[in-house]
Ligand binder design. Structure first.
Ligand code: PLP
Ligand code: COI
Length: 341
């Protein structure tokens, strides 16, 4: 299989049109069998529910070339389950888990030429999503939906790769106390656009959002969960009903306990205690684990002892073990790796 002539090592996290995408439509109460198609455009009513009322949810996962030349994905069953939760919360029909995984496999296989080679630093990002397609003008759910999966080769989510980030404590909320923060609804990201752009305008890489009810506890960033490391090497990660249950974070908790023998606490994390941590990282499919060097709380700087030049030692071990599992260098727990080729 001849790969596309792409400068893999210099890819950022951006969209590149690839050859095939999977599409299935829901109409009259059932999903059709779906197909791989070449057309990257979508045509729909000007009054489609997704355009008027943002009835849409999505997922993100990656395909990797392993050291021994296989192409694999990482825990796609968990993305399917999370999309099921998102669909239910947004009054959308569930796309069955087995079919979700099959669609992912089909899209990767059909775009093999775009799967970055092992060691290139790039991966193939997959974006499953679903939206309400037919016209609705009163506020109500659609009854026709489209499920799609496309893919695009990507490099690091944050410019500068694994250089520590500077983030700020945000005055904006990304979720409401009984809202949709725990699902992957497009509307959560619409909520965050102003906050992310204003963070960038002020020179920060990302926002640290606080719990929307008391604004005293750490939640997550716009696209990743937090992991902290205490001075005595305990891994601490915020527990909250309004953050996205990150598959990367859940995997890292397992890696920390079972591979690295570290103690892990999943609990409420107060903003007040952040100054006492030794390391901080952002974890997610796109972010992998991106180290945080500095957190700015309204002019007050919290400088993590791990510094601004490299990842802290525990974050590094977590990163190396997780990516080792994903790239086939380290044996994965049962069921984590779906081999495509
Ligand atoms: N939190 C938010 C808000 C996200 O958008 C993402 C990305 O999917 C994550 C966390 C990380 O989740 P995962 O590790 O499943 O990619
Ligand atoms: C991901 O990590 O897959 C995300 O969805 C984060 C961001 C690109 C929205």
């Amino acid at each position: 299989m001849e790969k596309k002539n792409i400068d893999w090592g210099n890819l950022g996290f951006s969209y590149m049109e690839t050859d095939k995408r999977f599409v299935s439509n829901f109409k009259d109460g059932a999903w059709d069998e779906g197909a791989l198609i070449s057309d990257a455009s979508v045509t729909m009513s000007e009054c489609a529910c997704v355009l008027q009322y943002a009835q849409t949810c999505f997922e993100g996962l990656k395909a990797y070339t392993t050291e021994d030349g296989h192409i694999v994905t990482f825990r796609p069953d968990l993305n399917a389950e999370r999309m099921e939760a998102s669909a239910e919360r947004l009054e959308m029909p569930v796309f069955p888990k087995e079919r979700f995984i099959d669609a992912v496999v089909q899209v990767v296989a059909a775009n093999e030429a775009y799967v970055p080679p092992f060691g290139s630093g790039a991966t193939l990002y997959l974006r499953p999503y679903m939206y309400g397609k037919n016209a609705v003008i009163g506020v109500k759910p659609a009854d026709e939906f489209e499920f799609r999966v496309f893919c695009t080769p990507v490099g690091p989510y944050f410019k500068g790769g694994v250089k520590p980030l500077t983030i700020r404590v945000s005055d904006f909320d990304r979720a409401a106390p009984n809202g949709t923060g725990h699902i992957k609804a497009g509307l959560n990201y619409a909520m965050s656009l102003y906050a992310i752009m204003s963070a960038h305008r002020e020179g920060y890489d990302e926002n640290m959002y606080l719990d929307p009810k008391t604004r005293t506890k750490v939640e997550e960033t716009g696209g990743a969960n937090f992991l902290f490391v205490t001075k005595d090497n305990k891994v601490v990660t915020p527990k909250s009903g309004s953050i996205l249950p990150s598959i990367t974070r859940r995997s890292l908790v397992h890696v920390a306990k079972e591979y690295l023998g570290l103690e892990v606490e999943e609990r409420e994390v107060f903003l007040d205690e952040v100054k006492d941590f030794a390391e901080c990282g952002l974890c997610g499919t796109a972010a992998v684990i991106s180290p945080v060097g500095k957190i700015v709380d309204h002019g007050k700087e919290i400088c993590l002892p791990s510094g601004m030049t490299e990842m802290g030692p525990v974050t590094r071990k977590l990163y190396d073990t997780l990516t080792g599992i994903q790239m086939g260098r380290i044996e994965a727990p049962e069921g984590w790796i779906k081999v495509i080729k």
